[in-house]
Unconditional design. Structure first.
Length: 424
């Protein structure tokens, strides 16, 4: 869920927080954490599985490799550190540029400036909300080291187009799968297509460790670099695959991004529930989307050919104000909330954050990639995404809906829309 607070005349960016139970108890029977997770944490504590690459951690990593089809995977303290490891794994460093969609959560790109590289934002496709490959191609320079394919809200990018760009230019593609646990692209699990991939296991994610992450790849060299940057003194060493870095066992670079085993134990229990969770969430969302065909003003977000959504971290829909007398999206959202349909606008575009818009002296003394010659961004720099974003609204995600939950949600939405001319 999101919370917005006033800061002077500005509205703070929405913050996603952990929710252990459904926000619609009358329509959704879901409870994220139960007895099985508590028993796992209890048993692991008694076994003193409290640090490092324990047996349970390694079992989870093996199951993650099996689910994703990746040869190598290792857990981290959170999704941000997983992305940091992925960027380091594909050799992002000083002077490089990394292209990512301007419509994503800040943590997709936050590790990049700390690697002394510069974020380069790109437009999103207005129909799918995913990174626009054509705009990516326009923004490639000799400095481009990586492209971030963000599978936002459980949808999936056009991976064929992005991988084509990667092959043509020699630029690595990093998949941010934090919202898309279990999603597929043309029969392949997300995360197994690019050069490296990262997942968040934060408390509100479908597979939750409370705080945790996973980074994976099919490239042994990339994996060894990912292990070197964050797995210091892991039990039985760093799990390195190639001879190149063996002399650095077991300490690597001395950086510790290791996940807490108890969290990974909880995630292991939840991983076993993921397929059923995706089935329930997906069935409910598809039923609501089908029902929107009879409701003016709202239509589903399109998906690329061959995509099977997963995770369903959010339920975005397009709003078409011209069908409801140009009623502003914010007023429709307020009316839906008043009618008992928890509705939001998601989070803001990255180029609007002062950190990126104005730049930031990250290391002090006018040093770092976001100061000096950094030009920053302004409103209007991403007209396609700005227009799309202005008319997005998010309907509630139900994880274990009662049999007629979708019908009830649709009825509430329909009543609001039918009375749109009375909304002030």
């Amino acid at each position: 869920m999101t919370h917005e607070s006033q800061q002077g005349s500005k509205v703070a960016a929405p913050i996603f927080v952990q929710s252990g139970k459904s926000e619609f108890p009358e329509l959704d029977q879901w409870q994220q954490v139960g007895h099985d997770e508590a028993q796992m944490a209890y048993d692991m504590t008694l076994r003193n599985e409290l640090s490092g690459g324990t047996e349970t951690v390694r079992e989870f990593e093996a199951q993650w490799r099996e689910m994703t089809g990746c040869k190598y995977a290792v857990t981290t303290i959170n999704g941000t550190s997983a992305l940091y490891s992925a960027f380091f794994g594909v050799n992002v460093g000083p002077g490089d540029e990394v292209i990512c969609p301007v419509y994503t959560w800040i943590c997709t790109i936050s590790p990049v400036p700390f690697l002394h590289a510069t974020p380069v934002f790109a437009e999103s496709d207005p129909e799918t909300l995913m990174l626009d490959p054509q705009d990516v191609r326009r923004r490639i320079t000799p400095k481009t080291r990586a492209i971030v394919a963000v599978h936002l809200w459980g949808c999936v990018c056009d991976m064929d187009a992005l991988m084509d760009i990667g092959r043509e230019t020699g630029v690595a593609v990093v998949e941010d799968c934090s919202h898309a646990h279990g999603a597929m692209y043309k029969g392949r699990p997300v995360g197994s297509i690019g050069h490296a991939a990262a997942w968040s296991l934060q408390g509100s994610k479908p597979v939750s460790a409370g705080e945790g992450g996973v980074v994976a790849t099919n490239d042994a060299e990339v994996f060894d670099r990912m292990a070197m940057i964050g797995q210091v003194n892991r039990i039985a060493g760093l799990d390195l695959q190639t001879p190149k870095y063996q002399k650095h066992q077991p300490l690597g670079t001395g950086i510790k991004f290791r996940a807490h085993p108890l969290g990974i134990g909880i995630a292991k229990v939840q991983l076993a529930k993921l397929a059923e969770l995706n089935k329930r969430r997906g069935g409910y969302i598809e039923e609501v989307e089908a029902g929107l065909a009879d409701i003016p003003g709202l239509r589903p977000v399109k998906t690329h050919e061959g995509v099977q959504r997963g995770g369903y971290y959010g339920f975005p829909t397009h709003y078409m104000p011209e069908e409801l007398g140009r009623l502003p999206c914010k007023k429709l959202i307020a009316a839906l909330n008043a009618a008992g349909v928890r509705t939001g606008s998601g989070y803001d575009l990255l180029h609007r954050l002062p950190y990126f818009a104005e730049g930031f002296d990250l290391f002090g003394h006018d040093r770092g990639p976001l100061c000096g010659e950094y030009k920053g961004y302004k409103e209007g720099d991403f007209p396609v995404t700005e227009k799309m974003h202005a008319n997005l609204l998010f309907l509630p995600v139900l994880s274990d809906p009662v049999p007629d939950a979708a019908r009830q949600i649709l009825e509430r939405v329909r009543r609001v829309v039918e009375n749109a001319d009375q909304i002030r």
